[in-house]
Write a protein that binds this ligand. Structure first.
Ligand code: TYD
Length: 206
């Protein structure tokens, strides 16, 4: 595949969207047609699945159902958007990807990271990000930023212990795959974070 596939991860409220916009602009200036997408979502089907997953009324959802719904939304996004774009040589930036499942479902819900990757292999096929940016932020700080919102979705309503497991999970994952997952302190300034991301992109792709 010719294109560039970068994913951005981090706890709720870690400032991913701002950095994605800056990265998109940078890649376009480099001459890349860029596609920005998000998970769960990015296609009509995946957005419909997103509504089911995040609906706070579905308190009875089993952890395995949750894992499979995220994987189903991902399978559609990969097949409909990401793989074709990479084949056309485009740059694809995805707001969350399989590492979100590894930490939220694998560690947060306790299903196990291996189980998550096994299930997701069916959704991903040969599509794997070459660079994953982890916006590292303590759970309390992320939730403080999110609490400013009026309504919280089903995942955001989880208690602080869940969100702390998620943050620890991300850090552990970054230690396991240091060549691919780059950790960046989300409390740095917007400009400094962007520069760090650009340096990592240049190291790998240019
Ligand atoms: P979203 O509002 O997109 O997250 P944020 O704006 O905080 O990045 O909501 C997605 C939620 O779903 C978020 O709480 C993380 C969670 N999630 C998982 O639990 N597993 C997954 O595989 C993905 C992609 C997201």
């Amino acid at each position: 595949m010719e294109g560039i596939f970068i994913t951005i991860e981090g706890p709720d409220g870690s400032g991913k969207s701002t950095q994605i916009e800056l990265l998109k602009k940078y890649l376009e200036d480099k001459g890349y047609d860029s596609v920005v997408t998000r998970e769960p979502g990015g296609t009509a089907i995946s957005e419909a699945i997103r509504k089911i997953i995040l609906n706070p009324e579905y308190k009875e959802m089993s952890h395995m159902t949750e894992l499979l719904l995220y994987a189903a939304a991902r399978a559609q996004l990969v097949n409909q958007i990401i793989r074709p774009a990479l084949h056309e040589g485009k740059a694809v930036i995805c707001d969350r990807f399989v590492e979100s499942s590894a930490v939220y479902q694998g560690i947060g819900r306790g299903l196990g990271v291996d189980t998550v990757y096994e299930v997701n292999n069916y959704a991903l096929g040969d599509v794997k990000p070459k660079l994953t940016i982890l916006m590292d932020l303590d759970a309390e700080d992320g939730l403080k930023r999110k609490k400013k919102q009026t309504s919280l979705d089903r995942m955001e309503q989880e208690d602080i212990a869940f969100h702390m497991r998620v943050v620890e999970g991300y850090r552990k994952l970054a230690q396991l795959y240091p060549e691919r997952i780059v950790t960046i302190d989300a409390l740095m300034s917007v400009e400094d974070i962007h520069s760090r991301i650009v340096a990592e992109v240049e190291k790998r792709f240019f």
